[in-house]
Ligand binder design. Sequence first.
Ligand code: HPA
Length: 258
Amino acid sequence: MKQFIIDRTEIRASIAVVLGSGMGGFCDRMDDIISIPYKDIPDYPESTVRGHAGELAIGSLDNIPLLAAKGRFHFYEGYDIQTITLPVQLFHSLGIKSLIITNAAGSLKPDLRPGSLIIIDSHMDCTFRTSVTEPEEYLGTPFHDPAYIKLAIKSANKIDLSITKGTYCWTLGPSYETPAEVSYIRSLGGDAVGMSTVPEIQAATELGMKVLGISTITNYAAGIIDKPLSHDDVIKVSVQVKDDFTNLLTEIIKGMVL
Ligand code: HPA
């Protein structure tokens, strides 16, 4: 897998981005791109979800070498954790040290409006799958790099984008939560809810990468307001936020190499 990518490009990046639903437009800001469809990469799964192009973009951003995964794998697609985290493992084998993980998420709070972005400073696994027979150690390494969180806030200020920090909660999906579940997750202290990202954050941290997570708030989670909710609407809002999202990521990536 690694050799397949190395043979296709001279670019050697130390920063990578995982792009969430509808966020592939970020790559329009990149130069010298080569795109490798996931289906061409040996032993790589396919991305089956609408709004995910299913390709790896390798190029540069303001002369900074960059890898971008346009599309990810979800537990609800039937993949196991090993497969979901394959892009992170591939990035690590390619020498990536800094990983920005993005997603589309539902807001758990009325004052966190669709169209806004949040910096993930903590997360909760609300899939409640962990087996009690297999205790795992808490290693104490922060999952969300404190220096990157500061950089992200500074970058947002620089481009006049108002931003907050928050706790991202991972649910299994693919169905959206019920209002009662949303109310429960909110009572636990969550700010945003989504169906991805947490396994990728865990894998990247275990591999020693520095991680920054960013959510695009695409909707109010079920029951926060009285409005139906669909994946099409999620993608629509995600695409609408493209400029803010791209400007913020660009500023952050420039800050990462300073
Ligand atoms: N719930 C779960 N996942 C999501 C949501 C949501 O409200 N919005 C975008 N992804």
